[in-house]
Design a protein around this ligand. Sequence first.
Ligand SMILES: [Zn+2]
Length: 156
Amino acid sequence: MEAVAVSHGEIFVNDSTDTIKTADHWQPEQLIKQLPQLSQRAVEANGVASEALGQFARHAASLTLRNQSGVAELHSDFADLFYILEGRATLITGGEIISAETIAPGEVRGESVQGGKTQQLCPGEIFHIPAGLPHQMMLADGETIAYFVIKIQENG
Ligand SMILES: [Zn+2]
């Protein structure tokens, strides 16, 4: 048992029966070292591979690599927060999903997004896609994009 004193005199006890909290630190240069392996997996899995980095109460962190365009997506309960590490792609957001199909509770997929807003994704940029907003990542032939993702549970 470890007692931690804080400045105003209160003492918080880190009891062994509680979950011991630790901070996570993900360094871009360490994440980038995992990309060749993810790239190999993406080739064998329809152009996308992910590595889970952390699962928390209402959010999850992962590393994702794409080497082909994705399908159209909509998550009713989760927001996506992307930090682009490497590569380039075009992100389409908003509009309407064509040939939409619910594949799991709150998870819609489809062929494409029609009438959405188009933005270029570049390394160092950060994108937030709120729950319920259609989105699709488009890659030109031979392009690869790698990004750190936080999925945040907004509803449910
Ligand atoms: Zn998504």
